[in-house]
Design a protein around this ligand. Structure first.
Ligand code: NAD
Length: 489
């Protein structure tokens, strides 16, 4: 690929598109990696036509055949892990330490898992006396995936793998900030033997997304993005009443009881706040700590955070990379200011690291990991999704009180608790309004388990067997074995 990031339509790259271009920037130093071509309306129409054609072939193949291609693609992804991880680093600014261990591999896991399931997708037979019915599980048709920028390859694979395994075709639109690996994925699919048009990529911003959402020939849209975008997509989809999966934001609670293994809890809180510079939807950004262990927890946390190297994302020793954009950096710095103004106590961090004016990183979008202590759940830092390395620590004493406070949010994506009391663990989890919960760990999202939110964090599930249900529909067929008779007699 040269430095114009193209569309990928019907097996071919395309750079024409609309006359405008987007910039592809490296968040670690703000340098321009290249430009992104934006799909014109005609490009999107071509992609839909191509996907419709390809659907005829792809849906007629057996699950075994489709699965073999998906598993072959997983193999290629694993072989090209280092190179693809570097692209992920350049597009997102996250550390290579993470991208090479998680981002591409979790995408490959999804292709393998759903590639394995493809052959076992089946319906049901229901005997009704001498007559019977069967229920077929059918693909939906042409579908669309719209991605966020924090896990570009993983998001593309989490959507494409179950959709394609079930026999659908997909048009994928990556986030405008992170356009490159979706095209690499499309090329890998073709190399693995996938027919042209089964997976097309269109580039661009909200306008291109809107065209997909409103298109009458697209049966389902799966979005990963902000709540506000989810609302617009739901509204846009209402005109054609298409199926939707919405993977949206969160302000997730993590509850640390006084009997918790504190070392685990500190590591869990760090993982749930500072991985990918805090740009993770399921992060546990409201950390409720029992009053009796608050001091120990904070002391250990302060100690551990000092070991996190912030800086050059391509340095394998780096643990905190750059935020996605200048706007995101300013947003996070603004929340730090708000936290201070509302009376929060800043325990550590809270600024831009000083790399020295001669360093290219001085132009990057870095913010040091930070934690606030506050006793008010109403502080904006305790209520709003920040999507950066900013943890809010809140004290609690009573189990019932902390459950109420944990649920007092419009969001419901994830929740975690740390305790050694097995009964309490399950009792509390049973009362939390969240789609994904962890006991004594945080942010573990293997492809085998369903992932998704409740309340304003979205609808639908990715991963696990549940994802196959969401990318297929049922057709019920009644078979009469005895004749109609005379129903009006
Ligand atoms: P965003 O909502 O700004 O953009 C997401 C995608 O939607 C982009 O591809 C964008 O071009 C597209 N888009 C924007 N407006 C659109 C419209 N009107 N119609 C159709 N498409 C439109 O989100 P972002 O800033 O890229 O990502 C950060 C957000 O994503 C955070 O809120 C985060 O919590 C959320 N997120 C959720 C999950 C999850 O699985 N629940 C995972 C990752 C990120």
């Amino acid at each position: 690929m040269d430095n114009i990031v193209p569309q990928f339509i019907h097996g071919e790259i395309r750079t024409g598109g609309s006359p405008e271009r987007l910039e592809n920037l490296y968040p670690a130093d703000g340098s321009k990696l290249g430009e992104v071509s934006i799909a014109s309306e005609e490009d999107v129409e071509d992609a839909v036509r191509s996907s419709k054609d390809a659907f005829e072939t792809w849906s007629a193949m057996t699950g075994t055949e489709r699965g073999r291609i998906l598993r072959k693609a997983a193999e290629i992804l694993r072989k090209r892990n280092d190179e693809l991880a570097e692209v992920e680093v350049e597009d997102t600014g996250k550390p290579i330490f993470e991208a090479s261990a998680v981002d591409i591999i979790s995408g490959a896991d999804a292709l393998e898992f759903f590639g394995g399931l493809a052959a076992s997708i089946s319906g049901e037979h229901i005997q009704l006396g001498k007559s019977f019915a069967y229920v077929k599980r059918e693909p939906l048709g042409v579908t669309a995936g719209i991605g966020a920028w924090n896990y570009p390859m993983q998001i593309a694979c989490w959507k494409a793998a179950p959709a394609l395994a079930a026999g659908n075709t997909m048009i994928f639109k990556p986030a405008e900030e992170t356009p490159r690996n979706a095209v690499n994925l499309a090329e890998i699919f073709v190399e693995a033997g996938m027919p042209s048009g089964v997976f097309n990529v269109v580039q661009g911003g909200p306008q291109v997304g809107k065209q997909l959402v409103g298109h009458k020939d697209i049966a389902k849209v799966s979005l990963t993005g902000e709540v506000g975008t989810g609302q617009k997509v739901m509204e846009g989809a209402s005109k054609t009443l298409k199926e939707l999966s919405l993977e949206l934001g969160g302000k997730n609670p993590m509850i640390i009881f006084n009997d918790a293994d504190l070392e685990d809890a500190v590591q869990g809180a760090m993982m749930g706040n500072f991985y990918t510079q805090g740009e993770i939807c399921s992060n546990g950004t409201r950390v409720y700590v029992h009053k009796r262990v608050m001091d120990d927890f904070c002391d250990q946390l302060i100690q551990e955070v000092q070991n996190l190297k912030i800086g050059d994302p391509k340095d394998p020793a780096t643990r905190i990379g750059a935020l996605i954009s200048k706007e995101q950096k300013e947003k996070v710095l603004n929340y730090l200011q708000i936290g201070l103004e509302q009376g929060g106590e800043l325990l550590f961090g809270g600024g831009e690291p000083d790399f020295g004016s001669g360093s290219p990183l001085a132009n990057g979008y870095f913010v040091e990991p930070a934690a606030f202590y506050t006793e008010s759940d109403n502080d904006r830092i305790a209520r709003e999704e920040i999507f950066g390395p900013l943890m809010t620590i809140l004290p609690f004493e009573e189990e019932t009180d902390v459950i109420r406070r944990a649920n007092d949010t419009p969001y419901g994506l994830a929740a975690g608790i740390f305790t050694r009391d097995i009964r309490r663990a399950h009792r509390v989890i049973g009362k939390l309004d969240a789609g994904v919960c962890w006991i004594n760990n945080y942010n573990i999202t293997p492809v085998e388990i369903p992932f998704g939110g409740v309340k304003m964090s979205g609808t639908g599930r990715e991963n696990g067997r549940a994802a196959i249900d969401s990318w297929s529909r049922l057709k019920t067929v009644y078979v009469e074995m005895e004749g109609v008779g005379r129903p009006f007699d």
